[in-house]
Design a protein around this ligand. Structure first.
Ligand SMILES: C[S@@+](CC[C@H](N)C(=O)[O-])C[C@H]1O[C@@H](n2cnc3c(N)ncnc32)[C@H](O)[C@@H]1O
Length: 203
């Protein structure tokens, strides 16, 4: 078994090839600084990024309010009863995230920040090496994530965006909208794997 195959068994919304792409990006671009992820869920993408951080001795801050996106709520398409806290009567993915970080020995390299993406952006440092946006896919949230984080990436750093679909029939268009906005605002596409794009901030 290759060292990264184990991450493909983590519950989540990411293809293995996309995870390997995140690993590769982090290895190359997060050499001394910090990577940020919006949308931890149960930690699938965080583990691929975190493994590269571990090898580079850098770290990932993964941000999520852990209350689930719109489509993960009770009665919706991606509702998962294992991630629902029946005492709190709400989705709570934090316990599974922490369990996965611990299981894969990434505790020292992946920091879970529990809270809203836009609020977290106000409190986190600038000059980030890599920002991966994979939070709520409503237009309002995707626009807010982009507006909150684009200015926090260092020159030459990476903005990765997940769930880019070419047509509405393939999937929601909010991530694609911010991807196209970024292309008009000093970011250039360096590579795409499935629905995951990586853009570099032109220096
Ligand atoms: C598609 S899932 C992330 C999938 C994950 N990256 C993976 O590898 O499986 C989206 C996550 O974003 C979180 N989320 C949605 N809106 C958010 C916001 N405004 N701030 C923080 N987290 C948010 C949800 O709670 C959910 O866990």
């Amino acid at each position: 078994m290759l060292k990264m195959d184990k991450f493909n068994n983590i519950k989540g919304f990411l293809a293995h090839e996309e995870g390997l792409f995140l690993y590769r990006l982090t290895k190359e671009y997060c050499l001394n600084g910090v990577a940020v992820e919006i949308g931890s869920y149960c930690g699938k993408s965080a583990c691929y990024i975190g493994q590269a951080c571990k090898e580079n001795n850098t770290h990932l801050v993964t941000i999520d309010h852990h209350r689930g996106s719109e489509e993960q709520q009770l009665g919706q398409e991606y509702f998962d009863p294992e991630e629902f806290d029946y005492k709190k009567n709400r989705v709570d993915t934090l316990p599974t995230l922490l369990k996965n970080i611990r299981k894969h020995e990434l505790d020292n390299f992946v920091k879970a920040l529990v809270g809203d993406s836009a609020s977290a952006a106000k409190n986190l440092e600038d000059n980030l090496d890599l920002v991966f946006i994979d939070g709520s896919h409503t237009f309002e949230s995707a626009r807010l994530d982009y507006a909150s984080w684009k200015g926090k990436i260092r020159k030459g750093g990476i903005l990765a965006i997940h769930d880019i679909y070419d047509t509405e029939a393939d999937g929601g268009q909010a991530p694609k909208e911010i991807y196209e906005k970024a292309l008009k605002e000093n970011f250039e596409l360096i590579e795409r794997v499935n629905s995951l794009v990586a853009l570099r901030l032109i220096g």
